[in-house]
Design a protein around this ligand. Structure first.
Ligand SMILES: *Cc1c(COP(=O)(O)O)cnc(C)c1O
Length: 455
């Protein structure tokens, strides 16, 4: 519980910090958890309490909180060349090497990389690239962006407009021209008696209908996370990408995979588009790109978009866009090391090795009468709480069931995230089997306690 002393860390945090994406009633009651350091998948607060962070920070600390190699890569680069930009025909050697590496590990034979400081900026950049292409190629009306409800693409004005969550209405968003299709979540959106294959077909038909209604030549691009993350860990329905990719192709609409969470192994393959077997025209990366050790994002362009954007830029002599810290040398050095760690220190293998155990435990917890479904892919999953399993009726939102579950977990040294009526797990790739047992034991105890209170 909250320490009411005015000099407590909790009080000091409140006084001078304006919170984002934070449930303020919970803070009032419980206080902010102020952290000092981490060890492997654990973090420690100012009171010396230890928490197993089952969310890898914010999906991104996949190598844990004390990876010596990543810290050393950062220190070595700070000593060598601590900062530079990538404008005006100059950039660091680390940036050159990172672009080579990203293209090498991408699904593309060749391509080009553009750097940002976040996933939101990478999505914004991609939209500007598509708008720029429209103008350069004699189709300035090609500006509309299609995404899906529950899709999360970030918080800048454009990426928030892409995000299909109702909370953005408080900002008067989305902007005009951002269209949100039905979330391809069969369990929640499937109609009575509809098979999953029929559902997927209906999703594809909706896309066809929207393209026909809006006019194909007004649409600049379609963005999708392979597995929706912040929307509640929602894998696509069976065959979804196989159904929509040909429609987009037929109408000349680029398909952009927002791989900010799925990228670098979360779903068991390096990229989510490999897990779901489709080829996007570009990839948006961030979060795991530096294993969370530096703020960095990247747009990875496939061959066709690389060529078209290069030609459009040459026609006016430059692409007038970039961030001061784009392609930062320290971020680039860390990203190079993070990719090496994920690929060559057994992290990706560990995701694959742990997935069956993760799935078995999720399935076991989903037998609870107040869990409607479990869903996920690789090492990301969600358990959705329901009042009535047969009718999929949610609990009254005033009960804040998922917050209660997460808060109970926190009290027992486990951090997991409430998302809508779901509880989300996405453990770091370095997790061990005993740590996974600890995670599920603590979560199971919290589920029992909270469902006994509310059911
Ligand atoms: C987190 C996230 C973003 C936004 O990244 P920021 O670095 O927070 O701006 C974009 N897309 C997806 C899929 C994300 O999970």
């Amino acid at each position: 519980m909250r320490d009411e002393n005015p000099n407590s860390w909790e009080a000091r945090a409140d006084t001078n910090t304006f919170y984002g994406f934070t449930d303020l009633p919970s803070i009032k009651e419980r206080g902010t958890v102020v952290l000092t350091h981490g060890e492997g998948p654990y973090v420690f607060d100012v009171h010396g309490r230890r928490y197993l962070d089952a969310n890898s920070g914010l999906w991104n600390m996949v190598a844990g909180f004390d990876h010596a190699g990543l810290a050393e890569a950062a220190k070595a680069q700070y000593d060598r060349f601590p900062g530079y930009h990538a404008f005006f025909g100059r950039m660091s050697d680390q940036t050159v090497m990172l672009s080579e590496k990203l293209v090498e590990v991408s699904p593309y034979e060749r391509g080009k990389v553009f750097y940002t400081n976040s996933g939101s900026e990478a999505n914004d950049t991609m939209v500007k690239m598509l708008w720029f292409l429209g103008g350069a190629e004699g189709q300035p009306q090609r500006r509309k962006i299609i995404t899906r409800k529950n899709g999360y693409h970030g918080v800048t004005v454009v990426s928030a407009s892409m995000t299909g969550k109702p909370y953005n209405s408080v900002f008067g968003l989305p902007l005009d021209g951002f269209i949100h299709l039905t979330c391809p979540h069969y369990w929640r959106e499937g109609l009575e008696g509809e098979t999953e294959a029929e559902f997927t077909k209906r999703m594809a038909q909706e896309l066809e209908d929207v393209i026909a209604r809006e006019g194909a030549d007004t649409i600049a691009g379609f963005f999708a996370e392979p597995v929706m993350g912040a929307g509640g860990v929602i894998p696509p329905s069976e065959g979804y990408f196989q159904a929509i990719a040909p429609i987009l192709k037929k109408h000349g609409i680029p398909l952009v995979a927002d791989e900010v969470i799925c990228g670098f192994g979360r779903t068991g393959e390096l990229w989510g588009c490999q897990t779901y077997d489709f080829m996007p025209d570009a990839i948006i990366s961030s979060k795991n790109l530096t294993a969370g050790y530096f703020p960095m994002g990247a747009v990875i362009l496939g061959p066709e978009l690389s060529d078209r954007l290069q030609a459009a830029s040459e026609a006016i002599e430059e692409f007038p866009h970039g961030f001061t810290a784009s392609g930062h040398p320290v971020g680039s050095a860390i990203a190079l090391k993070a990719i090496d760690v994920i690929l060559n220190e057994g992290l990706l293998e560990n995701v694959r090795a742990l997935t069956p155990k993760f799935e078995a435990n999720m399935a076991r917890l989903a037998e609870n009468p107040n869990i409607g479904e479990w869903r996920g892919k690789g090492l990301m999953g969600a358990l959705e709480a329901v009042k009535d399993k047969d009718t999929k009726t949610p609990f009254d939102s005033s009960l804040s069931v998922s917050e209660r579950i997460a808060n109970t977990c926190t009290d027992h040294g486990l951090i997991c995230r409430p998302l809508g009526q779901s509880v989300v797990l996405c453990p770091p790739f370095i997790m061990t089997e005993p740590q996974m047992d600890e995670m599920f034991e603590k979560l199971e105890a919290a589920l029992k306690k909270v469902f006994a209170e509310v059911a």
